[in-house]
Design a protein. Structure first.
Length: 282
């Protein structure tokens, strides 16, 4: 089992300190959420069954890959992930360049969680049609993959249209950094099964996760991908080593945790959790 930490559950003043300590303790990754903008009036929620936004519009937000690149400069081993990047809000040239840059400056440590977004008002503010978000993400993802892996590409699609372009340098990780598709909806699971190197879900329990994981396994089989390597990453409680074994039995390969209640206690929480699950740090 790999363990990542959820930077989004920290005051940003603690991002760097906790990332450095997480690397020292043996955590595998850190994960940074992102939004382009928070409209003052918001609706919906990324959590199934809820319709109230989980964050206020004044929540601090950053350019995800710029901040992860900054963290890369103070670390050597820990992987750096987006949880999740709203790909559909960007032109694929912009997204592909930002991701390529993070992967290069980190020496191949980028982990790319992407999603189709839940916040309709954010799409409205950028002048984009929320109802097209799924198709737009699918097309942007296709273009990014080609930019990262082909010497010259041209594309003529529903949302993006351009003559032949070159895109250099390529990412360190080939053919591209791991692409984990985020979301809990049926459409998100289908996208992960069809086009992702993995799935990154919301917080789950040992009781709620099996249903989603079984749906994902069936979708992967239907897509002819049952035998391919596939990451399963989500948040979930761990009270003992037995819990870790139970998550592994379900097929989870990475847990993103936040073992603290207040940001000022995060370092101590990281240390206690590392002892609990026997992480092998410095």
């Amino acid at each position: 089992m790999k363990f990542g930490i959820a930077l989004g559950r920290l005051n940003p003043a603690f991002f760097l300190q906790c990332t450095i300590e997480a690397e020292r303790l043996g955590y595998e990754s850190v994960w940074l959420p992102e939004h382009l903008v928070f409209p003052v009036e918001m609706s919906r929620s990324p959590h199934p069954g809820e319709d109230v936004p989980p964050v206020p519009p004044t929540t601090p937000a950053f350019d995800c890959f710029a901040y992860l690149s900054f963290l890369a400069g103070s670390t050597e081993r820990i992987r750096l992930g987006s949880h999740v990047y709203n790909l559909g809000l960007r032109h694929p040239f912009v997204a592909a360049r930002a991701i390529q840059t993070l992967d290069i400056v980190s020496g191949g440590r980028a982990e790319i969680g992407i999603g189709a977004s839940w916040l309709e008002e954010e799409w409205t503010a950028t002048g984009l049609d929320f109802s097209t978000r799924g198709r737009r993400v699918d097309e942007a993802l296709e273009v990014c993959k080609r930019l990262w892996s082909e010497p010259v590409i041209e594309h003529h699609g529903e949302f993006f249209d351009f003559a032949a372009v070159a895109f250099e340098p390529k990412p360190v990780q080939r053919p591209w950094p791991p692409l984990l598709i985020g979301g809990e909806s049926a459409a998100a699971l289908r996208r992960a099964a069809r086009a992702g190197d993995g799935w990154i879900g919301m917080s789950h329990t040992l009781a709620t996760a099996p249903g989603q994981l079984e749906r994902l396994r069936k979708l992967r089989a239907d897509s002819g991908r049952a035998g391919e390597p596939f990451e399963v990453c989500l948040g979930g409680p761990v009270e003992s080593r037995d819990d870790v074994a139970r998550w592994e039995e379900l097929g989870v390969t990475r847990l993103v945790v936040s073992p603290w209640t207040r940001s000022k206690d995060a370092v101590d929480g990281l240390r206690r959790f590392a002892d609990l699950v026997s992480l092998d740090g410095d």
